[in-house]
Design a protein. Structure first.
Ligand SMILES: C[S@@+](CC[C@H](N)C(=O)[O-])C[C@H]1O[C@@H](n2cnc3c(N)ncnc32)[C@H](O)[C@@H]1O
Length: 334
């Protein structure tokens, strides 16, 4: 497994070292062999590069529908995104060496793909659990504006450091509890074209997986990471308290989102005390009850996630190697 991952990394390095016109050619070749345009471009062109369709090859991107009010994608790209499984691996880029201090940073390239589907160029995204800025960077990569709220200043400091180093104009950031900041945004009359976020996934679990057998060493990031703030949703004392707070978060989303637009919430399910906890679906149900339409889920399969012999050889225990990307729509006003 590690072997094939290393070989893929080597291959990626070779592709990225090719001149841009050759990478473009490779991208087109992949598309001719059936790889979706957005994926082909991402694999070959690098994620910060704007793809210009070469003259005479406009058909490679597919047609853009004049009635498309949601995004700037062609028909091919739109349909490709609607597949329910995402199994792309993302490169460690845009200051990942700094961002990895955060226990749950997300690849800006993944966030870019989501943002590109749910907004048009120039529109504004809200991320009320911004961390070290996966969504904010993703928005910058595709010419969107973003507002990030984050409880802990140290994560925003890392985001700003990354922006300085990568020469990216920082997006608007607000340090605070999103349950206090979002009401202020409502009072100011602000409205967003999409809310795309990755909240804490559950109350803090003291032990990971098999009763602490693999403990903290089972983690990839340095775990000085967690805050002790009572405002941190992760410090809810029970799952029910956590779901209640997420419901409150959802109510503010309804007030901050333009009618007909989307809220996308990434949640990783958990396993605790011998049982699977489908937190994502409990949250989906809460959001549905308060007035969102639950439109679907995309499963992000983290191809490089380590697997452990939990439960072996006595009982089935899952290796959770995916996140659920929950997609909600605020109904259009009648
Ligand atoms: C899963 S992480 C988000 C990671 C982010 N997507 C990134 O790429 O860095 C969740 C974040 O929510 C923050 N958080 C928790 N409770 C919060 C609250 N009430 N208001 C604002 N941020 C909060 C945590 O500090 C943490 O950084």
């Amino acid at each position: 497994m590690a072997d094939s991952t290393d070989r893929l990394r080597e291959l990626a390095k070779i592709i990225y070292s090719l001149p841009k016109d050759q990478r473009r050619w490779l991208s087109e070749l992949l598309q001719e062999y059936g790889v979706a345009p957005s994926e082909a471009r991402q694999l070959t062109l690098g994620l910060g590069d704007e793809y210009e369709v070469p003259r005479g090859r406009e058909h490679a991107r597919g047609k853009y529908h004049p009635n498309n009010r949601l995004n700037d994608l062609s028909g091919n790209e739109w349909v490709y995104f609607t597949k329910t499984v995402l199994r792309t691996s993302y490169p460690s880029e845009l200051g990942h060496d700094l961002r990895r201090q955060h226990y749950a940073n997300k690849p800006p390239a993944l966030m870019r793909q989501i943002i590109e589907f749910f907004t048009k160029r120039g529109q504004t995204v809200l991320d009320p659990f911004a961390g070290v800025g996966g969504t904010l960077l993703g928005a910058s990569l595709c010419g969107r504006k973003a507002v990030g709220i984050e409880l802990e200043q140290r994560w925003l400091d890392i985001y700003h450091e990354v922006c300085r180093r990568e020469q990216i104009e920082p997006q608007e950031t607000i340090c605070g509890d999103c349950l206090e900041v979002m009401p202020r945004l409502v009072e100011e009359g602000r409205l967003f074209d999409a809310i795309i976020t990755d909240p804490p996934y559950s109350p803090a679990l003291e032990k990971t997986m098999c009763d602490g057998k693999y403990g903290w060493s089972n983690r990839n990031s340095p775990f000085v990471s967690f805050s002790s703030s009572p405002h941190d949703l992760r410090n809810s004392t029970t799952f029910d308290e956590f779901y209640d707070k997420m419901e409150e978060v959802g109510r503010w989303f309804l007030r901050l989102l333009r009618p007909g637009q989307y809220a996308v919430v990434m949640i990783r399910d958990s396993y605790q005390n011998g049982e699977y906890i489908p937190a994502s679906f409990y949250i989906a149900e809460r959001f549905r009850k308060i007035g969102f339409q639950f439109k679907g889920v995309k499963i992000w399969y983290q191809t490089g996630a380590p697997v452990r012999p939990y439960g072996y050889p006595y009982a089935f225990v899952p290796n959770i190697v995916h996140h659920n990307i929950l997609i909600f729509r605020k109904p259009k006003q009648k």
